[in-house]
Design a binder for this molecule. Structure first.
Ligand SMILES: Cc1cc2nc3c(=O)[nH]c(=O)nc-3n(C[C@H](O)[C@H](O)[C@H](O)COP(=O)(O)O)c2cc1C
Length: 382
């Protein structure tokens, strides 16, 4: 499917002088972006211990290759909810992408569509969902729902997503309140107070009907209303049941870390679970998503897909998460650094590098398909 020589980062690095490693993408993004937006993207909750834990959790799992085997042909495709996808990673919902690059979600969507890799659009995006859907065309795109504090607005978001061709609704449940983010406080920077991430709201008829004047004429009132509607501390499983009755689209819940909540997710008829701690952005001292993953898979027992994010940086991370039971992983911050460094081309390069690294790792551990990546490949060393 992919032209391997085209993918290898060595060649790409020479041709484009793009970074090879995640760390270099991050430090290039830091050089480009102002302190406020960079701090917002890179940062996490409190002391950022959860962020560090997410990364450390991967180190204790080590890979035991099975060789020699004929690995001359390798297949990175996965099947999820009855559809085939080219890679075992999708693009995580990341809001306010206009902070990284003026093309925002449109740049990301262009890159994702070219590789047919699913892009999950955030509710708090910098461009309206319809504009992003036009760019994605027939490529898979999912809509991440931050359930607003108003039922009519929630229904409007879901109907718009359905109409625009989004094929899965991802309800994020781990954001009942803004978290304590020391970097934002230090930088005196809160993007939500300056109207970033409102595109789906200001383009919504229900939102507009709640305002005395259109947002184009009175931005301050629009920002104030937006901040009353997001985040929503009232969300419960009853709401998920309500949504289940009101959309035919598959529903995934994102932000599950506790096996008891995985059980509840099954009871409430969801179609998939995303094990995630929001990249360490919500709670300091939280369990790493990778640590929670096997416990969640134990409860789910293959009945619905389990996806995972928070800490995926390299090909070997993808392999480890798959071996611990994830069907697919989501790539987060790395592609936003690509977007910050070089817009669509940067996102494309980050994805191509990851594909090449997954492919090379599979060959070198004796695996030719994603289905062959299982727990027997891993050893836990402390
Ligand atoms: C800047 C930023 C904004 C994010 N915005 C959203 C969002 O709007 N909706 C959501 O469900 N998750 C959001 N997330 C969380 C990601 O979907 C994902 O869980 C996280 O990035 C994974 O962690 P990692 O980037 O460290 O791998 C955001 C993450 C970052 C870094």
């Amino acid at each position: 499917m992919y032209n391997q020589t085209d993918l290898y980062q060595g060649k790409s690095a020479t041709v484009n002088s793009f970074p090879a490693s995640y760390e270099e993408w991050e430090s290039k993004a830091e050089q480009i972006l102002p302190a406020g937006p960079f701090g917002y993207i890179v940062g996490g909750a409190g002391s950022e211990e959860t962020m560090r834990t997410n990364i450390k959790a991967f180190i204790y799992w080590r890979i035991k290759p099975h060789l020699p085997r004929d690995v001359s042909k390798r297949d990175l495709t996965v099947t999820l909810l009855g559809h085939n996808f080219p890679t075992p990673f999708f693009l995580a919902p990341i809001g306010l992408q206009g902070l990284a690059n003026s093309t925002g979600e449109l740049g990301t969507a262009r890159a994702a569509a070219k590789l047919k890799i699913p892009f999950i659009l955030s509710t708090v995006s910098s461009y309206p969902m319809e504009d992003v859907a036009v760019v994605m065309k027939n490529s898979p795109h999912w809509f991440q729902l931050y359930w607003p504090n108003d039922l009519d607005l929630m229904i409007s978001f879901v109907r718009r997503a359905e109409k625009a061709g989004y094929s899965v609704i991802v309800v994020t449940i781990d954001y009942p309140a803004h978290s304590w983010k020391e970097r934002n406080i230090r930088n005196n920077y809160n993007p939500f107070n300056i109207g970033e991430g409102m595109a789906n709201y200001t383009s919504d008829p229900v939102f507009r009907s709640m305002l005395k004047q259109p947002p184009e004429q009175d931005r301050k009132s629009a920002i104030s209303l937006f901040n009353q509607l997001f985040p929503n501390p009232h969300l419960t499983w009853d709401d998920i049941s309500f949504l289940r009755k009101h959309t035919k689209l598959p529903i995934m819940v994102k932000g599950i870390l506790n096996p008891k909540d995985a059980q509840l997710a099954l009871q409430h008829g969801v179609d998939g679970i995303i094990v995630s701690n929001h990249g360490g952005r919500q709670v300091d001292g939280e369990i790493a998503a990778l640590e929670a993953l096997p416990m969640i898979c134990d409860v789910v027992k293959g009945r619905i897909p389990v996806l995972m994010d928070s800490g995926i940086r390299r090909g070997s991370d993808v392999i480890k998460a798959l071996a611990l039971g994830a069907d697919v992983v989501l790539l987060g911050r790395p592609y936003i650094y690509g977007l910050a460094v070089a817009g669509e081309k940067g996102v494309m390069q980050v994805m191509k590098n990851l594909i090449a690294e997954i492919d090379a790792t599979m060959a070198n551990i004796g695996r030719t398909s994603i289905a062959e990546i299982d727990f027997s490949l891993l050893e836990w060393i402390r």
